[in-house]
Design a protein around this ligand. Structure first.
Ligand SMILES: [Fe+2]
Length: 320
């Protein structure tokens, strides 16, 4: 698929059933990776591998298993700092909060260690621990008692809607913003990075989207956001907030969500956990760089022939 000015990206209505994004687990991890990469490059930009055999594993065993399985898909990238550094990062409630007691956003907390909701973003935006991950994988070991669903939104669709409904604001979104990455700054590097939210080029559409971290960057740079910036961020927030554009996925234990972080925005609903510590929600996150083979530096989308008929299915752009 190639990003195309006329029509690209999916909405919730593009999918007929979960089978459109599910792939059954197989012990042949090479074959599984090949099928997954096909969905990432030529399909909707994400896939859910179902039925990975993690139920009887310990947390450490799931971490090793995820590195091994996902290593066929790409090169796992180190996450964290110092002794915390890991290729397989535990996403679970460790008491961190994305908000302070005064309900102000807590810029330096690891939101992966909280149980709160997470707004839609891609990890590329903050260049976590010095990386620009191509793919992001979340393997579910234990799910929450209530909530904790994954939210996905196609940034190509967001771009298309903005161009139609907020063209002036999109112009601003194509120019650089400062982005706060205090929570994931590599040692000795700048806690502020700069990037446009959308950067169309001959290679495709580069996306670096994190509204919250753009907002918290202004005080760091000593700037008051000008009206054009506020209007652009408001338009982006409104489009990302449209429930008809996004998918909500309830991952089951043994499900592994894999997204192309260069295209697909992800978020999470808040959750309530089990009382028993060994039943509490635990996902293993692996960030991946593409293996140094194959084509394009950015995912490419094209108008498929089926898009003209409006039929439903994987990778079929439709509405709005
Ligand atoms: Fe993230």
């Amino acid at each position: 698929m190639r990003f195309d000015d006329a029509s690209s990206g999916w909405t919730r209505a593009s999918f007929a059933s979960p089978r459109d994004w599910q792939l059954p687990y197989t012990e042949d991890h090479d074959a599984l990776a090949a099928r997954t990469l096909e969905r990432l490059a030529d399909g909707p930009g994400f896939a859910v591998v179902t039925g990975a055999p993690v139920a009887a594993m310990t947390t450490d065993e799931v971490r090793s298993f995820s590195e091994s399985m996902l290593g066929h898909l790409g090169r796992p990238l180190p996450q964290g700092r110092g002794r915390e550094t890991a290729l397989a990062w535990l996403v679970r409630d460790e008491g961190a909060s994305a908000h302070t007691d005064e309900r102000r956003f807590h810029e330096v907390a690891y939101t992966s260690k909280s149980r709160g909701s997470l707004h839609l973003h891609n990890d590329q935006a903050v260049q976590p621990f010095g990386h620009a991950p191509d793919y992001l994988a979340l393997l579910t070991h234990r799910k929450a008692r209530i909530g904790g669903e994954s939210l996905l939104l196609d940034a190509w669709t967001a771009y298309r809607v903005l161009r139609r409904e907020f063209p002036r604001e999109l112009d601003r979104l194509r120019r650089p913003f400062a982005i706060d990455r205090r929570h994931v700054t590599p040692d000795g590097q700048n806690p502020v990075v700069r990037s446009p939210v959308f950067e169309p080029s001959e290679d495709g559409l580069r996306v670096r989207c994190n509204v919250k971290r753009i907002e918290t960057a202004y005080p760091l740079t000593g700037r008051t956001p000008p009206p054009a910036d506020l209007a652009a961020l408001d338009a982006l927030r409104r489009v990302l907030g449209r429930t008809d554009l996004r998918l909500t996925l309830a991952l089951e234990e043994g499900d592994c969500l894999v997204v192309d972080d260069r295209r697909i925005l992800h978020g999470r609903t808040g959750y309530q956990d089990h009382d028993e510590p060994d039943r509490r929600r635990c996902l293993v996150r692996v960030m991946l760089g593409r293996h140094p083979v194959g084509p394009p530096t950015l995912p490419q989308a094209s108008v498929s022939s089926t898009s003209e008929t409006g039929s439903r299915g994987v990778g079929v752009p439709s509405g709005p």
